[in-house]
Structures are given as C-alpha cells and as structure tokens.
Design a protein around this ligand. Structure first.
Ligand SMILES: [Zn+2]
Length: 407
C-alpha cells in the first residue's frame, strides 16, 4: 500500500540520498499487512519517515500543551501551510540532523540512522521552535563559538530531554551522546567554547534548576518564558558574565523570585554567574519630546525624544510604543527609529506608513508615546542598565506622553 505522510503540523518527504532537499516524493511504499480477526487495523514496520512523522507530531503536541506554543513558519512558501514542518529523510551521508526555516532533514552521517532517534528529531524541532520567537536563531550569525549559538544547541537539547524526562541526549543513535546531568564548569575569561560544549553548560545549569522542582512542567515553562523575555531584548545574548548575562536576567524575571536559591545553586554548580552586576552609570532620562507633551500638534511627520545623557546599546533597547486613537479606536503604529549618532542624545521616530501614521482622522486624533522601562519585557541594555523612563532619577519607570491633532 502507499501512504502519504502529511498532517496539519508536518509533511515528511523522502530524498534521493544525494541531496538534502530535493524532496523527491513522500509517497512511501510500505510493507503493510492487514491483520485478521478483531484486530482489523493496518500494521507495517516503522520506516524513517513514519518515525519522523510520529515524533514531530509528538513534540508539536508537547509544545502546545506545555507552553501554548503552536509552531508557525514566518516566511513565504508555496504549497504548504504555515504550521507545517517540512521534514526530509534520506538526506545522504553528509548530514546527521539539520533544522531551520520551516524544515528539518535527517541523513546517514557516520553510518548512523539519525531519523531513528527521537531525541535527535526533538532537538532539531527545538531549533525551529526558537525561530518564530527570536525572529531567527538565538545566534542569527552562525558563529559556533559564541554564547548565543551555545544557547541554540543547549536549549534544543533541553526541550528534547524535558519531553522525555531523561537528561541523555541522542543515546542509541549518536556515538557521542550528551548528558545534561553533567558537572562541567565554566572557566571565566574570554568566551571561546564550541557550541555543543557551551550548550552543555547552560542546558546543564537549567537541568539542575529543573531537578529541584517536583512539578517539572513548571520548570520547563519558566525556562521557556525566560527565552521569550530575552527575545524581547536586543542581541547579542549571553550567559557567562554577570555584567552581560541577559539570559540570567530573563530567567530571574520568569522565575519571579520564587526559586532564586535554586538558580544560585544550579548556576553556581557550573561556575556560571548568578549575581547580576550593578549598573555602571546613571540612567539616561527623557528631557523633552517633540511634538510637546499634552499639546495640540500641527501636521507632525516625526516624533523626537531627547535624553539628558548619551544613550547607547548598553542603556537603550528601543522599546518605544507609539499608538494613535481616532474614531476607529486605539492601535499601535508601526514606526522606524533613528538614533542621533552624533550626540547620541536623541531618537527620531517616523511612521513606516505615513498615511496610517501621524495624519488626522475625524475631528480629533490622539497620539500616545510610551517609553516602557523597568517592566518585565522592558528597555534594558546588554549591561543590565535601564533607562529612567519616568524621570524620578532612578532607572526604570514608564514615560508617557500624549499629543493630538484636530482636523
Ligand atoms: Zn543542534
């Protein structure tokens, strides 16, 4: 009989074995048998394709149930719905597992049957799952010796091991399986660890943190939430240094102080920093906004926010929200942000679509500018410094300004 492996969340294709993505066909001829008697169900031996189809569906269900996360591919492609992973088997001897951009591939590198490893399939799916969250991989550049790359590998392992509740990753398929239950320690200095090695440090610390929980789902949800929080902050992403570890900051926020001592213990066990560094300089404060706050404006084309001291990547993450309110209701405007590169004390904001931007509609159109600082998904630079949003002299606080146009 012939089976087509396609469902709402995955399509499995079969390749020629010489290319990783030629998607030759997905109509598999399987050695099926119709069982007699009361067991009148079809049975066939597992194939690579059936295994991949089952395990991708399983991890998609697990992400949905555990995190309310439904995978969706962000780009354009013909012939597939956005929720479908395109998985290719028989990708040849150059490939073990590959992932990203809505697809997965499994080959026969080192003579191993990579499509037969549930852990391997889960790991590769994990790479795809972070892409809609971060807008790309955690490390969009692909530098195998940076911390973000290590997090790509480490969290792909973490979620695979969390699903199976087993810290061994890839055993039974790989000749060098990885263990998240490890005692690796970080040696402070210039970070230069290869991705899988660095990945074992951060996944190991998170696995140890998880080990303290009676309810493992709670731990997994906190780790997943930490990645979501971190994704709202600017790149690059780190975990090795107290002044840079935005992952640690995100994990502390997601944890909400409920298990702070478990974070200290787990990170300390791997010699990773667990104390956040104090800000190194005063927080930049808003001094003015144009059009002026609480005034009527006349056909503005842009908004300019000035600060009392230079803002830079250490202190500014660009988390500014501009909304308009007219008779159609209140909604956010998509804007572009242009920092003044000379003084570094100004940011100019322009609507991406002028007609939907600062033009009046109806008798009065209100505009709200909010510079959100100090909240969970807030403005935060890579050294942990926050902007002073509300002008109280302390980092944090929301800055709100309103102006309006009358037609
Ligand atoms: Zn990987």
């Amino acid at each position: 009989m012939t089976v087509r492996l396609e469902g709402p969340g995955v399509v499995v294709l079969h390749n020629s074995e010489t290319k990783s993505d030629d998607g030759l066909n997905n109509e598999l001829t399987l050695p099926g048998s119709l069982r007699a008697g009361i067991e009148n169900s079809l049975q066939w031996e597992a194939s690579d394709e059936v295994n991949v189809f089952y395990h991708i569906n399983r991890i998609e269900d697990w992400f949905l149930k555990t995190f309310e996360f439904a995978y969706e591919y962000a780009g354009e492609r013909e012939g597939y719905n956005q929720a479908q992973i395109i998985a290719q088997c028989n990708c040849g001897p150059d490939i073990n597992g590959i992932a990203g951009y809505g697809s997965l591939g499994f080959g026969s590198q080192s003579g191993r049957l990579w499509a037969r490893g549930a852990d391997v399939i889960y790991h590769e799916f994990g790479h795809n799952a972070v892409q809609p969250i971060f807008g790309n991989f955690i490390d969009p550049v692909g530098d195998p010796y940076c911390e973000a790359y290590a997090m790509d590998e480490g969290f792909a392992d973490y979620f695979a091991c969390a699903l199976t509740n087993d810290p061994q990753q890839g055993e039974g398929v790989s000749t060098s399986p990885r263990s998240l239950d490890n005692t690796m320690v970080y040696t402070a200095g210039a970070y230069a660890l290869e991705g899988y090695t660095g990945g074992l440090l951060i996944s190991g610390a998170c696995w140890d943190y998880r080990s303290k929980f009676a309810d493992k789902t709670e731990a997994d949800q906190i780790v997943f939430q930490a990645l979501n929080i971190m994704s709202a902050w600017p790149e690059p992403y780190y975990f090795s240094d107290p002044s840079q570890s935005n992952f640690l900051s995100a994990l502390r926020i997601a944890d909400g102080g409920r298990h702070a001592d478990w974070i200290d213990w787990a990170f300390g066990k791997h010699s990773l920093p667990f104390e956040e560094a104090a800000p190194v300089s005063p927080a930049p404060k808003v001094t003015s906004i144009t059009p002026a706050k609480d005034q009527r404006a006349y056909g503005p084309t842009e908004i300019v926010i000035a600060f009392d001291r230079p803002i830079d990547e250490l202190t500014f993450a660009g988390n500014i929200v501009v909304e308009r309110e007219d008779y159609k209701g209140r909604r956010a405007i998509t804007c572009d942000f242009f920092p003044d590169l000379t003084t570094r004390k100004k940011v100019t904001i322009k609507p991406r679509n002028a007609s939907e931007g600062f033009a009046p509609l109806g008798t009065q159109t209100n505009f709200y500018v909010r510079l959100i600082s100090g909240t969970a998904k807030a403005v935060k630079g890579k050294n942990g410094q926050k902007l002073d949003g509300d002008g109280d002299g302390q980092p944090g606080g929301d800055y709100k300004a309103k102006f309006w146009i009358i037609d």
